[in-house]
Design a protein. Structure first.
Length: 266
């Protein structure tokens, strides 16, 4: 697969959150202004430079004139509880780190099909990565370690005192589910938009969509979430031709985000 690269850097969740909050709540319009107005908590100039480069790559969107774009992620930071923050940042991380995205989708989540809880074996993850990445063994080990640590950092996996990492099926916030649904099924610049379908069927989402797998959702929960979204008025439900179709009420992730923020303020 193209554009798969090694991952050897931290997730920088806390620093990323601080940056996203600064962009959301302060009048800062360019990346240069952001760097001047926020001190990153790192021990050296080199560490700070590395942290900024990773935050810029993973969590921000910047145009050719250095202007910061108010993305749906920025708009939704602190919209609800901190769990939502982590879930949304996790999705942005995966969309920026294609190797993590590919590994979660095709190796880690796939193993949940056989058991409701798994122990994440770094050796098996390294073996999987070795088929797709042409890197040294040391870099493959660092990449596997980075992916495993990211799942723990974002709250999708657990690490015990013996450093064993386990994970099970996960139930995301409904807003995260809808954010990912709109991200994948509408045209946008923020998500791995695979489809341009405003009336996807339950069957299409269960069988074709990536996002339920990226969120480690049990397959039969997809319908439960869609029904919740319909009852809350976020989607329309139109059974047609033997298919359970759900109609997205907004044509973009931006429009959906703006709607729920406006709705919450009423």
């Amino acid at each position: 697969m193209d554009n798969l690269n090694s991952i050897t850097k931290s997730t920088y969740i806390d620093e990323g959150l601080a940056v996203l909050r600064k962009v959301k709540f302060k009048e800062i319009n360019t990346f240069s202004d952001l760097q001047e107005n926020l001190v990153i908590n790192q021990n050296s100039d080199h560490s700070r430079k590395t942290c900024w480069s990773q935050i810029k790559k993973r969590y921000l969107q910047i145009d050719s004139s250095d202007n910061l774009i108010k993305t749906p992620l920025i708009k939704l930071i602190d919209f609800k509880q901190n769990v939502l923050n982590k879930e949304l940042i996790y999705l942005k991380y995966l969309n920026s780190e294609k190797t993590a995205y590919f590994s979660v989708l095709n190796h880690i989540n796939a193993r949940l099909d056989f058991d409701n809880e798994i122990e994440l074996s770094r050796n098996k993850l390294i073996e999987f990565l070795s088929y797709h990445l042409d890197y040294s063994e040391a870099t493959l080990k660092k990449t596997a370690r980075s992916i495993a640590k990211a799942l723990v950092d974002f709250g999708f996996a657990r690490s015990d005192s013996s450093k064993k990492i386990s994970l099970s099926y996960y139930e995301p916030d409904l807003i995260t589910f809808l954010y990912a649904l709109y991200g994948e099924y509408t045209k946008n610049d923020y998500f791995t938009s695979k489809y341009n379908i405003l009336n996807p069927s339950l069957e299409h989402i269960q069988n074709k969509a990536d996002f339920p797998k990226l969120l480690f959702m049990k397959p039969n929960l997809v319908e439960v979430y869609l029904q919740q979204a319909w009852k809350k008025g976020y989607l329309n439900y139109e059974p047609r031709g033997g298919l359970n179709q759900y109609v997205l009420k907004h044509e973009s992730l931006d429009n959906f985000t703006d709607h729920i923020i406006k709705e919450a303020s009423l």
